[in-house]
Design a protein around this ligand. Sequence first.
Ligand SMILES: [Zn+2]
Length: 442
Amino acid sequence: MNHLQELDKIAREHSNSRSVVNGFNASADYVRDQLLAGAAGYCDVSIQEFKVPVWKELEIPEFSSVLNLPGSTPQERVEYQHMNDFRVFQDGGPSTTLRKQRIRFVPNHGCKLKDHSQIAGKVAIIEARGEDGLQCDYWIAARNAEKAGASGVIFYNTAKQVALIYTRMRVIPWKEGDPLISIPVLSVSYSIGTNLVQHESTLLIDIRTRNSQTVETTRNVLCTTKDGNDQDTIVVGSHLDSVPDGPGMVDNGSGSSVNLEMALLMAKYRFSLKSRIVFAWWGAEEIGLLGSRHYVRQLVAEGKKQEVVHNGTTAPESLIQPSVKIQDLFLQYFSVYRHDYELTDMFSGSDFIPFLLEGIPAGGLLTGADEQKSVEQRKRFGGFAGAPLDPCYHQSCDNIDNVSKEAIQTMSQAALYVVTKLAKAKNLRGWLYDESWSFRIL
Ligand SMILES: [Zn+2]
């Protein structure tokens, strides 16, 4: 809890945030200084810098249309309502003012450059991906429009999609040198989209966005143990950044504090290691897992691969066995201490993804985000049914009062149990990939 209090203080000194451009650097300095003071003889502290794109909406965007029939006076302007009728994609371009723009429907979801003919100087209107999701990425369609000279892009929902699309307008594994979109990208409702398409030849539109789009330097903090076999390295990672809108105490000040305390404790008692441990505090998780991606990219570039600890159940097929073995260790802890738990999938979520994508097994713990608690879950874990698991998820109220002391105690002990077991294993890789071990559905 001491580390959490320090991180909470940092957030309060940085307009209630620990995001990349706000309190993250102070958070990283805090973790580094703690490690240098309390673990320097046990692990080597290093800083890994990398670039990230940071996008922020500065003002509420405006979007309107006017019917412009030849020979008649222009009809009344229709102002669309932000968040109900339209919104701007995340990373959806720099500040732009477009006036009296013509629009043009782009067929086939805009997946091929040739779909964008005669779009130059106009705003491309593109139907969003269908339910089958088989069409291309929004990034590919928008980049095609940009390359063909479009002045903006509007994706409209299919008839079945109710919520406005809100996703990142850039390649997700973004790295230094990758492009960002230079024209505004909006998402609109089905009714507005189809209306625009129907009146393509007679409507003119205005778009005004005020965003900042910059590329910043941020970092991962690492502490690599001096002892232990580096062929069987275990990465114990947690993300240290928060969202711009909140202090990020549960997400993920809690995990980062546990990780830090674990490193300091193991250093204090000079816990002996068979495998090397890299304690890692990732930057830029909240803007696309960019810190852990950078770390894994460096590993691959150096020709090194490592075993990892983070989350556990539904890894890619070849990694099911070693990932379930890591999961089994967590379950051992929970059954010995009679704590209830649930399993969660590993299809998306957090920093374990870049590792799984590179063929490195992973396991780990989390305590829930904005999913609703069911009646069944309430019976087992307490709390309120029908409320989010974390009512302050990604919000300004994710402060220190949002952290459950009981939960952090259970989770930190489970983490310490698993990390020390793995680090002591005589032949970690052999154990993880032991073929005589039979897969069981847990
Ligand atoms: Zn988060």
